[in-house]
Ligand binder design. Structure first.
Ligand code: NAP
Length: 334
């Protein structure tokens, strides 16, 4: 079958479309024909080998999958599933890790995935929509709702808001009635986020985030007032202290990643003075993924798809994401 493969870590020039062995189903597995996959912020990191995780090589990137069951492994109880069903599996497999990270990804024609991870694609949800949901929207659902408990009326600043998780946080935050402040590095990207309902935009190519927040909402005061209630910060690096400085009294900063560095300096004075809370949110559960699939089916949520591309354009698309030229999700259709 055709697959996007890298044999060693490096830049996107290490990715090429090759003939790759067909996946072999074991007991408990299904083989899916991939209808669509999508690119996430971790894909360039996995190709570069910069996550600290051990990736077996050769590796196929991309963790999200929307596809159709074509067969089952030997002695497999298919449970409620039958050949031809459209499914969107949860990409984390117990004992094997994350699809596209420690187990072969979905930028290919067919994948092996345990039956236990399968979730149905509801009627009316396209493969491209389903493939844009698990990693970005599942993570955002857990971050904004399960862990962040974002409430109507809260001021929520999303750093890196133009990416897959960021746009999903914006959409899910608006859905519960929060006031969304989005930060991104280009005017054209922010225009798209304003069209999606963002209340305020900070162009980080022109404005410094802390100054912009203090100017719009006032400087935080320990007795209340000023700043924002929540900072969504999966960027890390230099943005970490900046995020603390944007939070008002009793504000909370929530992280699920560290695009710009996972060992940033911090400033503990802000944490005690303003009695801030730092929250971690790791990935998502099948329930989060089913929830966002249902929201799309009911028309409450439309995943923001930047472009749909063929398999041969995966490397160029991952490069565009690394170059910060994307808003929302890049979908790849093998
Ligand atoms: N814990 C988990 O299970 C989990 C799951 C999903 C994602 N994550 C993590 O969450 C983060 C976001 O994922 P994603 O898929 O949304 O990534 P993404 O699509 O690449 O979006 C990240 C956004 O951050 C900004 N950015 C990129 N590089 C930056 C840099 N060096 N400094 C500051 N800003 C930068 C970009 O926006 P602008 O150019 O507009 O600023 C970009 O749109 C990643 O770190 C990812 O690993 C974790």
């Amino acid at each position: 079958m055709r697959a996007v493969v890298f044999h060693r870590h490096g830049g996107t020039e290490e990715l090429s479309v090759e003939e790759f062995p067909e996946p072999e189903a074991r007991a408990g597995d299904a083989i899916l024909e991939v209808g669509a996959t999508s690119i996430n912020g971790f894909d360039p990191m996995i190709v570069a080998g910069s996550t600290g995780l051990k990736t077996p090589l050769p590796m196929v990137p991309c963790g999200d999958i929307a596809g159709r069951i074509v067969s089952f492994g030997p002695e497999t109880d298919p449970g409620p599933w039958k050949i031809g069903d459209r499914v969107c599996p949860h990409p984390f497999v117990v004992g094997e890790g994350m699809t596209g990270e420690t187990r072969l990804g979905a930028a290919c024609e067919r994948v092996r995935i345990p039956v236990a991870t399968l979730l149905p694609i509801p009627d009316g949800v396209s493969d491209a929509q389903a493939a844009s949901l698990p990693i970005a929207y599942g993570t955002a659902h857990r971050l904004m709702q399960t862990r962040g408990r974002i409430q109507a009326g809260e001021k929520v600043l999303v750093l890196g808001a133009t990416g897959g998780v960021g746009v999903a946080c914006l959409q899910l935050g608006k859905r519960v009635g929060a006031e969304l402040i989005v930060a991104g590095s280009a005017e054209w990207k922010l225009e798209r986020l304003l069209a999606l309902g963002a209340d305020h935009a900070i162009d980080t190519s022109k404005e410094e985030v802390v100054a912009a927040v203090h100017e719009r909402f006032g400087k935080p005061h320990m007795l209340g007032g000023g700043g924002v209630d929540v900072v969504v910060n999966f960027i890390g690096g230099e943005s970490w202290v900046a995020g603390l400085r944007c939070l008002g009294s009793h504000g909370r900063m929530i992280t699920c990643g560290a695009t710009a560095g996972y060992q940033p300096p911090t400033d503990i004075r802000f944490i005690w003075t303003y009695e801030q809370t730092i929250l971690g949110s790791n990935g998502w559960l099948p329930a989060d993924q089913s929830a966002v699939l249902e929201m799309v089916a009911s028309g409450e949520l439309a995943p923001e798809i930047h472009a749909v591309r063929p398999l041969g354009e995966t490397a160029a698309s991952i490069q565009e994401l690394a170059d910060r030229k994307v808003v929302g999700k890049f979908v790849i259709t093998p």
